[in-house]
Design a protein around this ligand. Sequence first.
Ligand SMILES: Cc1ncc(COP(=O)(O)O)c(C=O)c1O
Length: 435
Amino acid sequence: MIKFIFDEDLPVISHGHGVFVYDTNGRAYLDACSGAAAVNLGHGDPQVLKAMSDQAERITFANRGAFHNEPSERLADRLSALTGYPYVFLCNSGSEAVETALRLTLQYWQECGQPQRSHFLSHAVSYHGATLGGLSLSGHPQRRRVAKALLHGFNELIPPYAYRFAQGRDDVAFSSSLLDDASRTLDAYGAGAAGVVVEPVGGAAGGAITPPDGYLPGLAALCRERDVPLIADEIMCGIGRTGTMLASEHWSIRPDMVVVGKGLGAGYAPVSAVLISRNIIDTIAAGTASVTGGHTYGCNPLGSAVALAALDAIESRGLVDAAAERGSQLRAGLEDLRQRHDVIGEVRGLGLLQGLELVSDRETRNPGDPIGSLTHTLIASARDQGLLLYPVTGGINDAVLVAPPLVTSAEEIDLLLRRLDAALTAMRRTSRCRT
Ligand SMILES: Cc1ncc(COP(=O)(O)O)c(C=O)c1O
């Protein structure tokens, strides 16, 4: 038996085609969250399936310690060409890639002769993975709970989450107060500070949290001044989802490392990567000249061939621009729904990573009681309408992500919005019945 929530009975998935998935009872669902913000190309993409089967016929696995393999080398070169980062470390999941970025940073400091630098900083509302390093960074009370005894409390920075933390300040004032806080916190750790890890656009913990414009450039400058590496966790927001290849590009920042996953394999294979800047890798090359750690399936030729085909599809079909264009259409439609449905307190996000903050009262901005109940009700109501949304599970607020595949057409965005409208209306009716 495989069950994550013991009293929940989920439908069984049968197959998928484009932006639709089908259960074994023949019900079709418009996948408005790309599975888990991963299936950027929709299901059954012939180009990716062909690359997958061609590679599978040749070889699916190569031991990294014994061989280089062409698909992985080509994928690394391709990612470098697309992003400008000269060195790439390939893993399987987002969590593994986040751990690798932490380990590389620790190794960097050891090779610099400053092994005491071992404390990372991240936001108090954030998600960086389910492993112990990832959870140590995560501001996600719900996920931290069980592993608490083994976790660090790196998640100290005030999150750039204006709806709940700006307290009436405009973007400029909020951004400057966030930077004051970050500066004080970095000072407090002084020569113990190892790195700062941020989601440029937040995902699973708060729901498409989008920082005020001055914040990330200011944070990057603070990190540079103090010589502390900045690591962007773009597992969810990277690879075109927000309308630029990397979300960091929206603010013209260049973190020392960027972590990508999810959309890299586009749901066809588990593959993730750490993109590493020259200063980090040159220091390691001039020292021990060996990057420690790695995973059995890391750099496997099958995952790499799939990721290459997914990147080919993104580039040849102009899907980064499409994410920006469809994102504007989606955003306008969501803003319109906010006008008509009081439960939506805020719409935020960039490109095709949009979030809806759900509130029981717009004035007080209170979430559901208990927290999570509005999210759960909307997810279920949307599923009844044949629409899949992604629940935000941080335990801090009620929110959902609307993050359809980058290949979603204008007509499919309209259909998504109509089904969401119906789901919100049904949700209102149900809650009226209960009162
Ligand atoms: C920003 C971010 N980092 C890391 C992870 C962990 O990735 P994975 O679930 O592939 O381990 C996630 C997953 O949702 C994520 O959104």
